[in-house]
Design a protein around this ligand. Structure first.
Ligand SMILES: [Zn+2]
Length: 194
């Protein structure tokens, strides 16, 4: 690629496929994101490659299409990014805005992580490894984010919502992300826990 992908002034990643979600709001006080939260998601669980994640984040999921979707009825959620198994990157919410990915959460004592974080969902589950293409795209997105915003740390959803969330799960390779991004270890306050 001759032109380096970046997060533009409006908070959109130039290399992502844009699928705008209505599920967002302004960051309180206009604060800039300082935390990146890594998740996994698959709909239906452990099935990859469909369009249900996009439909879910855009409030147009057919809740009768699968038994699992019934309990998602009425949920309004979103993430800034989804990285699919083939490395394809989708963006649903501008990084300048507050997406609804973390829920009740606390990062090193600071609550309401959605206020000050960017959420990245990897298409996957707690029960299998992620693809090389996903690590490559994740590295690209993290590097673009750290160039654009005063990012200070990365964490898993399970780190900021322990007991309630388990993603990105035991197969996510935090040391690999640290090596890929070449960010100092202090950016990974939970790395010693894995
Ligand atoms: Zn999550």
């Amino acid at each position: 690629m001759s032109v380096t992908a970046l997060i533009d002034a409006d908070g959109w990643y130039t290399a992502a496929h844009r699928l705008p979600s209505p599920n967002f709001e302004a960051r309180p006080g206009g604060i800039e994101p300082t935390l990146i939260v890594v998740h996994n998601i698959s709909l239906p669980p452990d099935e990859f490659g469909g369009s249900a994640i996009a439909e879910f984040f855009q409030n147009r999921l057919d809740h009768d299409a699968h038994p699992y979707y019934d309990h998602l009825r009425g949920m309004r959620v979103s993430s800034h990014f989804v990285i699919h198994r083939d490395g394809r990157i989708e963006q649903y919410v501008s990084c300048n805005e507050r997406a609804w990915h973390a829920g009740v959460s606390s990062f090193l004592g600071r609550e309401r992580c959605n206020d000050f974080s960017v959420g990245i969902e990897l298409e996957g589950s707690d029960r299998c490894a992620f693809e090389d293409a996903q690590y490559a795209s994740l590295n690209d997105v993290v590097r673009a984010l750290t160039r654009r915003y005063p990012i200070e740390a990365l964490a898993g959803h399970s780190d900021i919502a322990p007991g309630r969330k388990t993603d990105p799960g035991p197969y996510f390779e935090w040391p690999r992300l640290q090596r890929d991004t070449q960010l100092p270890l202090q950016y990974f306050p939970y790395l010693g826990d894995v």
